[in-house]
Design a protein around this ligand. Sequence first.
Ligand SMILES: [Mg+2]
Ligand SMILES: [Zn+2]
Length: 188
Amino acid sequence: MNKAVFLDRDGTLCVDRHYLCRFEEFELLPGVPEALKLLKDAGFLLIVITNQSGIARGYYTEADFRDFTARMEEYLTGRGVSVDRVYYCPHLPDAAVPSLRRTCDCRKPKTGLFERAVRDFDLDLSACYAVGDRLRDCAVCRGTACRGYLVGRTEPESVIRAVSEGEIPGVSYAPSLYDAAVDVMKSI
Ligand SMILES: [Mg+2]
Ligand SMILES: [Zn+2]
């Protein structure tokens, strides 16, 4: 079996521009290439899981998203790291795009995309980590052996405090993805 780190995209890997789809606005957060290298060298697969309601809302298309993702992957490769897969949810219950209008099982905090990654990559969840700037990015930790890190200051202070005080089972707080990666290195 394999191990992976599930990574949120906006606010975790890159600056959250709200419905980011123009690659010109893509900006990695500090320490991200270094963090990804640490994790990769420790044997983790790097799997991005991202809610893309901008597709459901009609702000950009799935083709736009795939083009963006290809450029992001190329950019990371140029910095010596590569992600293994990017999974995304394009749905919303009230989507402007009729074909994407559904209550799906893949929009975080639903865990459909995590489950798909587990199947696709034969993952042992007890060796995996989830990292994101929203608690929903760590949804897979609920009721499983997967551990998680809430990062950044996106969530309200009350949520950050609760996580920091260990009130959310399996989830810890780290200021950034890099800090989370350093912490992961201590526990493997
Ligand atoms: Mg995010
Ligand atoms: Zn979905």
